[in-house]
Design a protein. Sequence first.
Length: 119
Amino acid sequence: QVQLVESGGGLVQPGGSLRLSCAASGSIFSINFMGWYRQAPEKERELVATITSDGSTNYADSVKGRFTISRDNAKNTVYLQMNSLKPEDTAVYYCVANIATTMSLRTYWGQGTQVTVSS
């Protein structure tokens, strides 16, 4: 009943910017934390950034100062503004959200969106 739909991935040159969006829909009662993970080829999935319902943020050291996470609680949407992109940022980016419905409290994942940083 709950879906996370990501958008905004693509191909960008080194030093460029992209903005990812992830909208949660369905029978949502409340959303606790939201965030982004990424997985590069032949590497484990890693945390990129998270944001709580009151706006507290957490970032991986590798993206601090370059990426900004934000959310619009009215739209159940989380964003990831990625600036100064590097080739090592190339990965599939996954949205994650801890969502309460009337039936359960669990963590949901999006389907992933590809980000490729290359000249």
